[in-house]
Structures are given as C-alpha cells and as structure tokens.
Design a protein around this ligand. Structure first.
Ligand code: ZN
Length: 353
C-alpha cells in the first residue's frame, strides 16, 4: 500500500453505515470487562478472538460472549459506544450508523431496554461533543431468536422513541433464518416511521434472501447482499432503484471459502458496481476483523481494483444510503466532494492505483 494512498484514504470524509457495536470492542476493554466478571474467559481465548487467521472463523461467538458474560450495566454500553465513535472519528468518519442487538442485552445481560438505549444515546452525545462525530443507532433483530422476540424488540424501540435511534436491521446467522420470518417486525417498524435495512445474501445464502428483503420487507438498503450477483436481472432492478449495498471487504465467509489466490478476483464486491449496484465499504466488526475504516477503503483499491473516481462514487453512495435529511445530504455532498478533490490534488497517487 502506498503511503500517499493511505494518507489520502485516511483523510477523506466518511460515513460508516454497517458496523456492529459488539464488533468494535477494543482488546483492552474486552479484557477489562472479563476481569471485572471474574475472568469467565481465559486470556488465551480472548487473544484468539482478536486473531484473524488465514481462514477466519467468524465473530458471532465473540458477540455472544459479550452478552453472556461481560456486559452487565448500562455504563458498559456507554463505554463501548463512546470508544467505537472515538475510534471511527480518528479515521475521519463524520457520521456513523451502528447496530446494537437489544434482545441479547435484555435477555442475557439483564439490562432493561430503556436504560441500555439511554446509555448508548448518552455516548452518542458525549462523542459528538468530544470528537465531532455524529452517531446514530440501529436496533438490530437477532435472527437466531424468534420472530416474536423481533416484534417485541421493535415494540421497545417504538415505545422509547428518540431521534438517535433511527431504524432497525437484522443480523446474526442467516442460514435457515430467511428474512420473511421477520415480516411482522419490519411492518411494525415501518409503520412507526423507522428506517429499515437487512443483512441478506451473507454466508453464501441465496440471492432470493436479498429479493425478499427488498420486495417483502421493503428495506431502505441492504447489508452485504453479495449473492445478488448470481441474478443479474434482479441486480439490474436494484441498480435502477438506487438501493445502496453496504459491503464489507473483510467479510469472513469469502475469506474462508475462496482460495487465497482467487479471493480478491472472485469476490462479488469486485463485480457489483459493474452491474450498476451502488456499494459503500464498511468495517462491520472492526476490532475483530482487524480493520479500520481507512483500511476498508484501501482494500477497495488494493484488492478489488477500484480507482479514485469509483471511490468518489462510493462516498456519494454512502451519503445517499445514510438516514440523514435531504438538506444535510446535499450540503455534505457538496462539501465532501470538494474536500475529496482537494485531498486528491494534495496526495499524488501512483497511477497504477
Ligand atoms: Zn454486519
């Protein structure tokens, strides 16, 4: 990676739209929470969580460990959210929408929804004051839990409405948990004026899950969505409708399943813009994936071969996919495009990049 490209990608203004609070926990914070809990996890095990092997196994077990053993009081959530926003701001992320799964917090950590939400919202305000970053929270359905639990969770959100909690998503393991199971929860969310997104077409799950999320759940955007490339006619429809796909260069599934020498070449991210799809790169679980926002953007160049004009387009896709009001969107688009171009002029990037 050329230092000029790295400096440029660090400096450009960014939004982040696909990042899970529990996937942002700093190693030292994880250890501190573990010590406080009487060390239910061996330190070698924690080290293992923060090791990204050649064939990464995925991070869901780490997220479950946080719910089950480590997050105990609202201040823990404040700490994690504040630290995440601090780390994102250090990479010139100006606006971050991040996921949190209330079901696990209430059920396993034993923290009431209202107190949990208040703690995270307080962290959003504190981070805005300290670092100038705007944070927004997306309450995410745990798809491994029941559809009724999802409806219940959306009920908590609507009963505790506040401006900082702007929408719902759905995550955890998609295998055997297709989007249609959660139709009622999405209906209720939309009826309450919440924005919606969904993880779909992750873990190699079929393009039909993306289709269901778009057509039946009527989501405003898609997280991952890679298998849409298997159905070009549907990809074209998504392209025409301008649906933004938040993609994750470090996604574990493809690192694990594609041969290393073919990974970057065969990765669906490489093909998506060619189908007209609007993509935007994200970190997903930055500390566990060992990636920063700058590095996620750099992978779009280094691994997937995109040029700076395409990155400028990805920046616009991020703004169009963000759940901000249109006047802010227009203003940021103008300001950020000018900043991008000025930075590009200041950081001569070798042409082969
Ligand atoms: Zn994700």
């Amino acid at each position: 990676m050329s230092p000029a490209l790295d400096a440029f990608l660090h400096a450009i203004p960014k939004v982040e739209l696909h990042c899970h609070l529990f996937g942002t926990v700093r190693h030292e914070s994880f250890e501190a929470l573990n010590r406080r809990a009487g060390s239910p996890l061996a330190s070698e095990e924690i080290d293992g969580f923060y090791t990204r092997g050649e064939k990464p196994v995925g991070v869901l077990r780490v997220l479950r460990a946080l719910d089950a053993h480590l997050v105990r009081v609202p201040d823990d959530l404040h700490r994690l959210a504040f630290e995440y926003l601090e780390d994102a701001a250090a990479h010139n992320v100006r606006y971050a929408e991040f996921f949190w799964n209330p079901t696990g917090t209430v059920r396993d950590s034993g923290i009431a929804y209202r107190s949990a939400q208040q703690a995270i919202v307080r962290a959003i305000h504190d981070a805005q004051d300290e670092f100038g970053i705007t944070g927004r929270l997306i309450a995410a359905i745990d798809r491994e839990a029941s559809p009724d639990a999802a409806v219940e969770m959306v009920g908590w959100v609507t009963a505790n409405r506040c401006d900082e909690v702007i929408g719902i998503g759905i995550d955890y393991r998609e295998v055997d948990r297709p989007p249609e199971l959660f139709l009622q929860a999405y209906r209720n969310a939309r009826r309450a004026g919440l924005k919606t997104t969904a993880h779909a077409g992750e873990f190699g799950m079929p393009w039909t899950n993306v289709h269901t999320a778009v057509e039946l759940l009527q989501v405003d955007r898609i997280d991952h969505g890679y298998t849409v490339v298997d159905r070009p006619a549907f990809a074209r429809e998504c392209a025409e409708r301008g649906i933004v796909f938040t993609v994750v260069p470090t996604n574990s599934y493809y690192l694990r399943t594609l041969p290393p020498e073919r990974w970057a070449l065969d990765h669906p991210i490489r093909r998506m813009p060619g189908l007209g799809l609007r993509i935007h790169p994200n970190t997903d679980d930055p500390t566990l994936h060992k990636v920063t926002p700058t590095q996620a953007w750099a992978m779009m160049v280094r691994d997937f071969g995109f040029g700076l004009d395409e990155l400028r387009g990805f920046m616009h896709n991020g703004l169009d996919g963000a759940w901000i009001d249109d006047s802010t969107r227009r203003r940021w688009r103008g300001e950020w495009s000018a900043e991008f171009d000025a930075l590009r002029a200041q950081h001569p990037i070798p042409t082969h990049e």
